[in-house]
Structure formats: structure tokens, C-alpha cells
Design a protein around this ligand. Structure first.
Ligand SMILES: C[C@@](CO)(OP(=O)(O)O)[C@H](O)COP(=O)(O)OP(=O)(O)OC[C@H]1O[C@@H](n2ccc(N)nc2=O)[C@H](O)[C@@H]1O
Ligand SMILES: Nc1ncnc2c1ncn2[C@@H]1O[C@H](COP(=O)(O)OP(=O)(O)O)[C@@H](O)[C@H]1O
Length: 287
């Protein structure tokens, strides 16, 4: 019996993000193209049959365990089982900046759902895991399903897509952006016409925009300056509601050359865009 696994918890990019309307409950309707990166956090799950608790070995500063999406996902999954389950010790190797629009927390939740479904032998279907995921956040289902996709609704209605698997230079301007604040800005564009995405999205994502970008640039000069710098070298965009931005390159070496010349003091990384999540690639190897 497997008692311990280490799994990737990748980042996502929103290659474009259109706001197409607003629902009566105040949430915004989106059309967004999600692609994964071959870069992210890593989670190790170790069963502890002698201790029944779900325990995070290295809590995140400022995020109480009760609010940590890893613990919340593990508890939500455990509540689906009528049998007593062995406890689990979880170790998080955090590499992704938090609240940066890379979906790190949502990805951690999805890795926990899939990892513990495997270790606890629960055999829940992908649909069931995506439903549990949606109760934790709008971005969790795409990480559960593990395929690049256009997200509609609040991002949970997914249609698989196959964008080019380019290389990206991702930068994290030195500011924290609150998603709720951006969505509540009056001047946000909320009426972008819907793109035709069925039977398949054939468009070139770089022709489309992130509707949050103008507002974020106005409110956060660090993002504005970083985007201006990165756009010198090719198409550059905001992911989610920021603060991370990304530039697209045809090869790893092209991205690394620009990385070497980035302004001092700004953090980031180079990664490849992938249409199958590294989490799913790893789980397939384990089966
Ligand atoms: C914008 C996206 C795009 O991938 O990513 P991130 O920048 O967070 O990575 C997501 O849709 C983020 O979804 P999610 O992670 O669930 O959003 P939350 O932080 O819970 O949202 C905070 C607040 O923003 C507003 N909100 C959020 C999403 C949405 N589609 N419409 C909204 O109006 C709501 O007021 C909500 O209470
Ligand atoms: N395991 C987790 N990893 C990261 N953030 C988490 C986690 N659990 C809860 N959070 C909370 O979720 C917020 C959003 O984090 P994250 O998913 O990294 O960013 P974003 O939604 O902008 O892509 C964080 O600021 C943090 O308060």
C-alpha cells in the first residue's frame, strides 16, 4: 500500500481574461483561457495511521490552518467518506508568490483533492472532485481537470483548448493586489462581447486582452512600469487580477536572455506553458 506521495501543484496563467457581464449576486462572468506552467509548488502527503489528524507540517505565515486551502480541501474530501480514514501529514514546498494571479492556493487545493483521493483510495470521480473544488474557489476545477481550457461562468464552465506551449517569463511586481477590490472598480470594462469557443477555440490568445489590466496599471504603478519594460520584448500581459505579469517567448533561451536583464529587485521565473497539468502527468505515471 502506498503511504506517501509527492505531487506537483503547478501555476496557471490567464492567457486572456475577458469580463463579459455581471451576475445578480455581484460576481463577474468571465471568458478566460487557462494554461498551466511546468513550475509551481510541491506537496508531500504521508499517511499517519496511528494519528487521525490532517496536519500541515509547515503552515503559511499569515494564513491560519483553518483557512488554508490545503486543509480545507482535505477536510472537505474526508467529509465525503463514511469510513474512518488514516490521518495525513502534509508538507508544502511553496514557490509561487501568493495572491499573484498564478492560482497557487487553488492549485494546492486541487493537488490535495487528487492526492488524497489516491492515497485514501476514495475513488471519487473527476466530476465529484471538481464539484468539491468549486466550493473552495472558482479556479480549483481547472486544476482538478488538468487540461488547458477556456473558462466561462466564474471560470468553472470549462471547454478544453489547445494553445501553443510557449515559454514564459513571469514577473512579480512588488505589490499585493486584492481581487475583490479590482472587481469592484467602477471603471472596469464589463461588457466585452463573448468569443465563439465551440466546438473549439481556434483564436490566437495574444490578440485578446486582460480586462483587468488597465485598472490594475492605473492603481499599481509597479505593475505599469513592469509591463512597459516587458512589452519591449514581445507580447506581455497581466494574469488574473495580478500582480504577476508574463511575456511570451518561442524558446527557453529567448526567455532566459530577457530574464538576465530584468530590473533589479523584481522577482520571477521562466517556465513553459503546458496543456496537460504536471499534476496529471505525475498521477498517470503513478497508476
Ligand atoms: C480572477 C481570477 C481569474 O482566474 O484569478 P486570480 O487573480 O484570483 O488568480 C479568478 O476568477 C478569481 O476567482 P477566485 O479566486 O474564486 O476569487 P476570490 O479571490 O474568491 O474573489 C474575491 C472577490 O472578487 C469578486 N469576484 C471574483 C471573481 C469573479 N468572477 N467575480 C467577482 O466579482 C467577488 O467580490 C469576490 O468576493
Ligand atoms: N495553500 C495556500 N496557498 C496560497 N494561498 C492560500 C492558501 N490557502 C489560502 N490561501 C489564501 O488565498 C489567497 C490567494 O492566493 P493565491 O491562490 O496564491 O493567489 P491568486 O488567487 O491571486 O492566484 C492568499 O492570499 C491566501 O490568503
Amino acid at each position: 500500500m502506498t503511504t506517501s506521495i509527492t505531487l506537483p501543484s503547478p501555476a496557471k496563467l490567464n492567457l486572456f481574461l475577458h469580463i463579459t457581464g455581471k451576475r445578480p449576486d455581484g460576481y463577474h462572468e468571465l471568458q478566460t483561457l487557462f494554461q498551466f506552467l511546468d513550475y509551481g509548488d510541491e506537496l508531500t502527503f504521508t499517511l499517519t495511521p496511528e494519528q487521525p489528524e490532517i496536519r500541515l507540517e509547515n503552515p503559511i505565515a499569515g494564513v491560519p490552518d483553518d483557512q488554508n486551502l490545503i486543509i480545507r480541501a482535505a477536510r472537505a474530501l474526508a467529509s465525503r467518506s463514511s469510513n474512518a480514514l488514516p490521518g495525513v501529514r502534509i508538507n508544502l514546498n511553496k514557490r509561487l508568490p501568493m495572491g499573484g494571479g498564478l492560482g497557487g492556493g487553488s492549485s494546492n487545493a486541487a493537488t490535495t483533492l487528487l492526492g488524497l483521493n489516491h492515497l485514501w483510495n476514495l475513488n471519487l470521480s473527476e466530476d465529484e472532485l471538481a464539484d468539491i473544488g468549486l466550493t473552495l474557489g472558482a479556479d480549483v476545477p481547472v486544476f482538478v481537470r488538468g487540461k488547458a481550457a477556456i473558462g466561462e461562468g466564474v471560470g468553472e464552465v470549462l471547454t478544453p483548448a489547445n494553445p501553443p506551449q510557449d515559454w514564459f517569463l513571469v514577473l512579480k511586481p512588488n505589490c499585493d493586489i486584492n481581487t475583490g477590490k479590482i472587481f469592484s472598480e467602477k471603471r472596469l470594462t464589463r461588457d466585452t462581447p463573448k468569443l465563439k469557443i465551440r466546438p473549439a477555440f481556434e483564436g490566437d490568445a495574444s490578440r485578446y486582452r486582460n480586462d483587468c489590466e488597465d485598472v490594475v496599471r492605473e492603481l499599481y504603478p509597479e505593475v505599469d512600469r513592469s509591463l512597459e519594460w516587458l512589452a519591449q520584448f514581445g507580447p506581455a500581459r497581466l494574469t488574473g487580477t495580478g500582480a504577476c505579469i508574463f511575456g511570451r517567448f518561442p524558446t527557453e533561451s529567448a526567455a532566459r536572455i530577457i530574464w538576465e536583464s530584468k530590473p533589479s529587485g523584481i522577482k520571477g521565473f521562466v517556465a513553459k506553458g503546458v496543456n496537460i497539468s504536471p499534476l496529471h502527468t505525475k498521477l498517470t505515471e503513478l497508476r
